[in-house]
Design a protein around this ligand. Structure first.
Ligand SMILES: Nc1ncnc2c1ncn2[C@@H]1O[C@H](COP(=O)(O)OP(=O)(O)O)[C@@H](O)[C@H]1O
Ligand SMILES: [Mg+2]
Length: 270
């Protein structure tokens, strides 16, 4: 059985790409077979595995628009990667008039799905046709949320889109978990953000909390995951813990944080 997970949040800079890659590598370390699909025209996931999107002759664009085989574009890195290139930016428009436009990715994955335990999909910061293709192909959605600039309204919009997908395209897709990222324990702000998330979404929030550290910016420059860049570091360990939580439910040792003081809800969060 293959599990297809989408990392989505229409807000940019919340660690979608970082989480897709490092969760994938953590699952790979546990001997699972993993494919990461880069659906963001910016190609950050591809770049963070040392693939230059500008040098590609074929990418997810050709797969989705020209219905070429996805097998032909997959590259083996720390995990297997189906890369994006900048022309993917034109895919939404090109797809919009195509029959079965929401199912192009689901169809493409059919060919290779059996080879993997996990297919992780990185999406652009929008709820457009590329992200809808990902939701249509998926079993679950992981929503990284930056603790600093929490947008509950953004999460409500995402859930509304998923509701529409369930009604029309993929009845079983659901939010698998909300992942707090870039957490800074030293700020009241960061702690409040987690508290608000847990109050609003309860058990849907992962126990694993990803802390803010510069290592996450350093690793991709070298075309490596954080697990390869600093294998013994805390950041690597966090994504291993997340992978365990994904596999086992909320059982692993975790960084759950509860704070005793009552929390004012700031308008800035909503
Ligand atoms: N836990 C973290 N702490 C500090 N910086 C991070 C963390 N996670 C990601 N980043 C950095 O923040 C930026 C945005 O992350 P990215 O994964 O590209 O977000 P998205 O894909 O949602 O746009 C990148 O430069 C990344 O290296
Ligand atoms: Mg990204």
């Amino acid at each position: 059985m293959t599990t297809i997970l989408v990392f989505a949040n229409q807000k940019g800079g919340v660690a979608k790409t970082t989480s897709t890659l490092n969760t994938g590598v953590a699952l790979r370390e546990m001997n699972h077979k993993v494919l990461a699909v880069d659906l963001d025209p910016q190609g950050n996931l591809s770049m963070s595995q040392g693939i230059d999107p500008d040098s590609l002759t074929n990418s997810m664009y050709n797969v989705l628009i020209q219905r070429e085989s996805i097998d032909g574009i997959i590259q083996r890195r720390e995990i297997e990667v189906a890369p994006a290139s900048i022309d993917l930016a034109g895919a939404e428009l090109a797809l919009s008039s195509a029959i079965g436009r929401e199912r192009a990715l689901e169809k493409a994955l059919m060919e290779v799905k059996h080879r993997y335990d996990f297919i992780l999909i990185d999406t652009p910061p929008s709820l457009g046709l590329l992200t809808i293709n990902a939701f249509t192909a998926a079993d679950g959605v992981i929503v990284p949320v930056q603790c600093e600039y929490l947008s509950l309204r953004g999460l409500a919009q995402l859930e509304k889109t998923l509701e529409m997908i369930r009604e029309n395209l993929n009845p079983h897709v659901e939010i698998k978990g909300i992942l707090p990222t870039m957490f800074d324990a030293r700020t009241v702000h960061g702690r409040e953000a987690i508290e608000i998330l847990r109050d609003s979404f309860g058990g849907l929030v992962f126990n694993t909390v990803v802390r803010k550290t510069i290592k996450f910016a350093e690793a991709p420059v070298q075309g490596r995951s954080i697990l390869s860049y600093e294998p013994e570091g805390k950041a690597a360990e966090t994504y291993r813990t997340l992978a365990k939580e994904l596999l086992n439910g909320n059982t692993s040792q975790h960084e759950e944080r509860r704070f005793s003081e009552p929390l004012p809800v700031h308008g800035a969060y909503i």
